[in-house]
Design a protein. Structure first.
Ligand code: SF4
Length: 227
């Protein structure tokens, strides 16, 4: 078991420093060329890998251009275009409805506030944070996906379980200038080393400060269950 630094904010800063050295080019892995494509890619990425989304959007973004075309298409046809994506029927509905709202209420532009974004169909705080950060250069919070959720709990940064509550705690301890990068670093480390089922603690740069480290700790703090 590693020993966390004495305060949560020092622990968070140390985690960021070490992961930045480890993943200097860490960034979003979804592909898009404008804000609408970003919004659509993020809606599609719920419960689906970025790799799968990128493979599907390659064709999708060639076929459709702008909110008018998504709003005009028959929902069943759009769903068929997305059929390798999890929950593609629901997501086709979200995309079509969001584009209708964007046309009716936002002059065809993807909105730039948390309130307006979360009023779009299928857009929660996580999706809105990604669109604000990467589409508008506005950082209002921390994107908490499954990797951020798991790593933050394993590393003793939070004991909360719900993403919204985890985000609030992280915003108090992660330096504001790193709110955006914190997510990408957790995602990279979560994919490469600290995986859900079998984290490689013996090859982890955070092992000496991680209270879940498998060598000594019996418990995975992410789940609260024994390793
Ligand atoms: S890989 Fe192991 S030591 Fe590293 S952060 Fe994950 S649980 Fe902790």
């Amino acid at each position: 078991m590693g020993t966390p630094l004495e305060t949560p904010d020092r622990q968070a800063t140390e985690v960021v420093d070490r992961l930045e050295d480890e993943y200097p080019d860490s960034t979003i892995s979804l592909r898009y060329s404008d804000r609408l494509e970003l919004l659509i890619a993020v809606i599609l990425s719920a419960q689906c890998t970025d790799e799968r989304v990128n493979a599907e959007t390659e064709h999708l973004f060639e076929k459709y251009d702008g909110p008018e075309e998504y709003a005009a298409v028959d929902e069943e046809e759009l769903a068929e275009d997305l059929n390798s994506i999890t929950y593609y029927n629901s997501k086709a509905g979200y995309i079509k409805s969001s584009c209708e709202t964007i046309l009716e209420e936002h002059d065809g532009e993807v909105p730039d506030t948390m309130d307006e974004l979360t009023e779009l169909s299928g857009v929660g705080r996580k999706t809105a944070n990604v669109v604000l950060q990467h589409g508008h250069d506005v950082v209002e919070g921390i994107v908490v996906d499954t990797h951020v959720q798991r790593l933050s709990r394993r590393l003793g940064l939070t004991e909360e379980e719900r993403p919204e509550a985890i985000e609030q705690e992280l915003m108090e301890i992660v330096p504001e200038g790193y709110w955006q990068q914190f997510t990408h670093l957790c995602i990279d480390h979560g994919r490469a080393v600290c995986t859900a089922r079998n984290p490689d603690c013996s090859d982890c740069v955070l092992a000496d400060i991680c209270p879940s480290e498998k060598g000594d700790s019996d418990i995975d703090l992410a789940s609260g269950e024994p390793w």
